[in-house]
Design a protein around this ligand. Structure first.
Ligand code: ADP
Ligand code: ZN
Ligand code: ZN
Length: 659
């Protein structure tokens, strides 16, 4: 009998045997429709067998092959297998994660081909490279035909994108495909525009989660068949199959959005490097603030370093200064020094950006009489005041309620917001700078489709003087008249429990600073802080990534944290109080029986202890090297599957980005 083992999207036991009816090919890699319980599912053949352990009369037959999805090639299956093993998930789940939702449907409309770039066929001619750029490009070109990882460390505005584009050119000329990864595509319409101009007439596929389902499916198919020459996408594109991939670019390689935070918790950057290694192709990781992991890889001789120390336009780096908020007390979040600077900027006809670090800092309603504050009943989080909507909202579970007229606890009418929400800062700015044209963009504004892009476009067109917003403003491209950047509320990240947070804050500040003064006029960045002499701010002011990285790496080395150790986090949540922690204590006991090579920390409450009615806890494990950790996790996961109560939800996060 002809048997096919088929991977389907179910968590634990994910491979099932099916009979292959006569006339069906069902080779390894083929997508097939199989009967599954009362329904049918799309799965992929992972193995062909002569016999099955399942008795013949119980074997169901494959219903049909999905004829418009080409089978995956062995190299792509290897990549998905690697992801499954490394991130401790079933292969069925990994395949599903890599397949656009439309293609997972058993019955669906046929997917149309990708639309080639329309419009004029006039290609923009690339600018002559600077010496630095040429040297960096040469460093990348030195290994076009082999695994050649290059860390392109270039200050903001140094012309990294230009190097990617010229590399792409070479790879396309050699007849191969290129994958260009960016952390968040919604924020890079200017990049899409640049790619379109440079590669007019070249079929480019876009791959990100904001696309219509049909477009996403079309991009996947075009990458697989080779019709798409360039795939420009977010992390999900890292898992797509390619016909003949010749280059991978990972822009802003340090960006945490490359790590998926649920389900298959993969790092698209790490998967990209792995893939390049498997395929024997170059991979370029670019950033103004490389991740400490990648930077350490340069030190270890695993990656080639290419440096761009100056801006391509010749503009100087912005001056970075701190404003001591202990002396200059902020009003509505704004110090008088910052207001003065913004006023001058607007008076000169230049533009400014006011950046509110809202991570862990939002306007919470507070009673001055009794200290009551608005908190979510289902989460251990505060409700955030949304003044325009007249609502309090939980940013974790989505709970909403009307703003109370009086304190729900003592009845006093003395309710006031604390914390510098973007709305409050916007109002403060309007008061302080009456004539200025001010626009706010934050998560709420950006939730409306296209709203962020439209706001950035207005700013670019000079219709807005001051743009106020959160981290989403940090990324983006050139605003030629932007010369001032104010930074509010960044201190909280200096003292976070997560060891990643200093690295994140440094990257964020460099990124926002990088928005300023790209043009002729000099830029200035003003950071409001209670800790004006903090070494992190001093390093940002010196534009000294190397100094910051060396100090941070030394701290990591002493503490035994990545990249000097490897971590995995076991997360658990349960409705019943104490149950998640109880499960983790048991998991800890099990772990200690498996190996002494892996260190098991104590179970602790998660940073957000309650979420949507679930109590959450976590357990960190650490090993000196990857191999033993991987072996341990495999074993541990199998035993946890057996021991976990149904009422506990748990998951493993390998190389966690939030601890
Ligand atoms: P990065 O990606 O490093 O932040 P970009 O590639 O966006 O930098 O380049 C910054 C600006 O400099 C862009 O406006 C770009 O067009 C310009 N630029 C890049 N390379 C050159 C060059 N060789 N000559 C002139 N302008 C350049
Ligand atoms: Zn009160
Ligand atoms: Zn909530």
């Amino acid at each position: 009998m002809k048997i096919a083992r088929v991977a389907v999207d179910v968590p634990l036991e994910w491979a099932f045997d099916f009979r292959v009816p006569d006339g069906l090919d069902a080779q390894v890699g083929a997508f097939v429709v199989v009967p599954f319980g009362r329904t049918r599912k799309v799965g992929m053949v992972v193995e062909r067998l002569e016999a099955s352990e399942v008795p013949a009369h119980k074997l169901k037959a494959i219903e049909r092959e999905v004829d418009d999805i080409p089978p995956l090639a062995a190299k792509d299956i290897r990549l998905l297998n690697f992801c499954a093993a490394y991130y401790q998930r079933g292969l069925g789940e990994v395949i599903a994660a890599s397949l656009p939702p439309r293609l997972r449907q058993v019955t669906r409309r046929r997917v149309a081909a990708i639309a080639p770039h329309a419009g004029n066929q006039d290609r923009e001619t690339p600018p002559a490279l600077t010496h630095e750029q040429q040297a960096a490009l040469d460093a990348c070109l030195a290994g076009l035909d082999r695994f050649h990882p290059v860390l392109l460390h270039g200050v903001t505005g140094s012309g990294k994108t230009e190097i990617y584009l010229q590399l792409l050119e070479r790879v396309l000329a050699a007849g191969r495909q290129a994958l260009y990864l960016v952390p968040e595509i919604g924020l890079t319409p200017q990049l899409e525009e640049r790619v379109r101009k440079r590669f007019a007439g070249v079929p480019v596929a876009h791959a990100h989660s904001h696309l219509a389902q049909g477009e996403r499916a079309a991009a996947w198919l075009a990458a697989r068949t080779g019709e798409a020459r360039i795939v420009l996408g977010t992390r999900l594109a890292a898992l797509m199959p390619f016909h003949d991939l010749g280059l991978i670019v990972v822009d802003e390689e340090h960006d945490p959005s490359y790590k998926q935070q649920e389900g298959l918790r993969y790092s698209a950057r790490d998967v990209a490097v792995r893939r390049a290694q498997e395929l024997g192709i170059p991979v370029v990781l670019g950033s103004a603030t490389p991740s400490l992991e990648s930077f350490a890889n340069v030190g270890e001789g695993r990656y080639t370093l290419a440096r761009l120390a100056t801006r391509a336009s010749g503009a100087s780096m912005p001056a970075v200064r701190t404003i001591d908020t202990r002396a200059d007390r902020p009003k509505e979040g704004l110090t008088s020094a910052l207001v003065r600077s913004l006023r001058e900027c607007v008076a000169r006809g230049e533009q400014a950006l006011v950046f509110v670090n809202r991570r862990g800092f939002s306007p919470v309603l507070f009673c001055r009489a009794c200290t009551w504050h608005s908190s979510c009943r289902r989460c251990s989080a505060n409700l955030v005041l949304h003044r325009k909507a007249g609502e309090l909202r939980c940013h974790h579970c989505g709970h909403r309620e009307r703003v109370p007229q009086a304190c729900p606890s003592c009845g006093a009418a003395d309710l006031a917001p604390v914390g510098q929400g973007t709305q409050r800062v916007e109002e403060g700015l309007r008061e302080a700078l009456p004539g200025a044209r001010i626009e706010r963009v934050d998560r709420d504004a950006a939730a409306r489709k296209g709203a962020l892009g439209a706001a950035l476009e207005r700013f670019r067109a000079g219709e807005v003087d001051i743009l106020v917003g959160t981290q989403m403003l940090a990324k983006g491209h050139d605003y030629p008249r932007l010369t001032r950047v104010g930074v509010l509320d960044s201190d909280s990240a200096l003292f976070s429990a997560d060891f990643h947070s200093a690295e994140r804050l440094f990257a964020l500040l460099v990124q926002v600073a990088g928005r300023a003064g790209r043009a002729k006029a000099a830029g200035e960045v003003l950071i409001q802080t209670d800790f004006p002499s903090h070494p992190l701010y001093a390093a940002v002011a010196r534009h000294d990534f190397e100094g910051f990285a060396a100090a941070s790496l030394e701290e990591r080395r002493l503490a035994g944290f990545p990249p000097f150790a490897y971590l995995a986090l076991l997360r658990a949540e349960a409705k019943k109080p104490g149950e998640a922690l109880r499960f983790l204590r048991e998991a800890s006991t099990i772990a200690s029986r498996i190996t002494a090579e892996v260190e098991v920390f104590d179970p602790v409450a998660a940073p957000l202890e309650r979420k949507a009615g679930f109590e959450r806890a976590q357990l960190l494990v650490r090993a000196r090297s990857r191999g033993p950790l991987q072996a341990f996790l495999r074993d541990w996961r199998a035993r946890l599957d057996e021991s976990a109560a149904r009422s506990v939800r748990w998951s493993l996060d390998v190389d966690p980005q939030e601890v």
